[in-house]
Design a protein around this ligand. Structure first.
Ligand code: GLY
Length: 419
């Protein structure tokens, strides 16, 4: 991978990383609320009420906005958005149908913050309960704790009346089987990408194009044997080669200036059992400060935990940065954690969703998207529902698909992923 394809969008980024980040002069909250620094919002003057979320929530925003406009609670509105993908068996990034851990068990994470009452709730590694967005709110409302995990969280959910159900759909089970078969000599044990001794996979003697062509072909054949639908085979192969961390976050602001945030996920596909990503971590996957704003994340959980992304962003706004600047600063911290090493950074991605108390918003991402023509998008509703393209820090795409050569034309046909 040459650096020319992955140039920084702004050449000043490395300089900023080297110089340290977040060195901003604090300013009074009232001034921060007016948003006197930086761009207000990608689409003009801020408005409220407003809902911003990851794009997989798009179909559920209109109804949530109507509810919010009618005086509904901000956290309830956010949950109405994220519950849609949680209930959808075809969204394999959250709730029912989420991709499972390495043992084939779906484990879900979620957290929320309710601005008006300044409360928080969280659950991690929950099995058999679909709507963990509602379970984390129940932790907040019905316990003196903030976070419950594992079996205790599941038992609490059942006590609260949530039904136990099998979350592994047939489609997700088949993708997991494909992953197991492909990775029978590999797993998640051993040092990770953050280890100083980690090296990119060794170059094979065959040209890369041939290696990847063979690998994809082989996986497609296995996918067919497993009964994965032809139009979904390439998407399944992609998930096996590059386990996704899909998630949904939603931040909500009402007319009165009340705010809430909610994030829910099935986490990193094929993870070790018990692994929690950033989504259940208050301050990483979600953070809402009633005085300042709300932020949340989708993407590489381990990286986001290390920069406490959502909290960093809200604090940046407290100190006067615009939503865009605040998010870019958090992304630069991730780049700094790898000393700008593109051979590592290209294997991760991160998107932040940012909403300031005055209604100004932004979404920023580490890379432009997963492949050319598929930029990261987010949904926003401030009276008009739309999908907007997130602003990338780095030029190029994470996790090349396929990693080095262009995908052979005959493998492209009927690919749902490439649509
Ligand atoms: N951001 C979701 C995860 O890493 O689990």
């Amino acid at each position: 991978m040459t650096f020319s394809r992955r140039d920084f969008v702004k050449t000043s980024v490395l300089g900023a990383v080297a110089a340290g980040v977040g060195a901003k002069v604090a300013m009074p909250e009232a001034q921060a609320e007016k948003g006197s620094q930086g761009p207000v919002s990608p689409s003009g003057s801020p408005k409220r009420p407003i809902i911003i979320c990851a794009n997989n929530g798009y179909n559920y925003v209109e109804a949530a906005y109507t509810f919010l406009k009618g005086g509904g609670d901000t956290l309830e509105a956010g949950i109405r958005v994220v519950k849609g993908p949680e209930d959808d068996p075809n969204d394999d990034s959250v709730g029912l149908g989420g991709l499972p851990n390495e043992e084939g068990v779906v484990e879900l994470d979620a957290c929320c913050m309710h601005g008006p009452t300044r409360r928080a709730g969280s659950v991690g590694a929950v099995r058999n309960i679909k709507n963990v967005s509602m379970v984390c709110r129940a932790v907040m409302e019905h316990t003196g704790h903030v976070m419950l995990v594992g079996e205790g969280a599941e038992r609490f959910a059942v006590d609260m009346g949530f039904p136990r159900e099998n979350l592994l759909t047939d489609r997700s089970r088949k993708i997991w089987m494909l992953w197991k078969q492909f990775n029978s000599d590999r797993d998640w044990w051993g040092p990770g990408i953050a280890d100083p001794h980690w090296r990119p996979p060794a170059t094979e003697t065959k040209p890369q194009a041939e290696v990847w062509r063979d690998r994809i072909q082989q996986l497609q054949e296995r996918a067919a044997d497993l009964g994965i639908e032809p139009e979904f085979r390439l998407a399944a192969v992609r998930r096996v080669l590059f386990p996704p961390t899909g998630t949904i976050h939603c931040s909500v602001l009402n007319e009165k200036g009340e705010m809430s945030g909610i994030t829910t996920t099935s986490g990193l596909a094929f993870k070790l059992p018990g692994r929690c990503g950033d989504s259940p971590i208050i301050g990483a996957g979600c953070y809402t400060d009633q005085d300042i704003g709300s932020a949340g994340a989708t993407g590489a959980g381990e990286e986001n935990i290390k920069v406490a992304g959502a909290h960093t962003i809200v604090e940046n706004m407290r100190h006067g940065m615009s939503p865009l600047e605040a998010g870019m600063d958090a992304l630069k911290r991730i780049v700094r954690n790898y000393n700008g090493d593109m051979n590592k950074l290209r294997f991760m991605d991160m998107t932040y969703y940012i909403l300031r108390k005055d209604g100004a918003y932004a979404s920023v991402c580490l890379w432009e998207g997963y492949s050319a023509g598929h930029p990261h998008k987010f949904a926003v509703h401030d009276g008009t529902l739309r999908a907007e393209v997130a602003t990338p820090l780095l030029k190029g795409y994470s996790q090349e698909w396929p990693p080095f050569p262009p995908i052979p034309e005959d493998l492209k046909k009927d690919s749902e992923y490439l649509k």
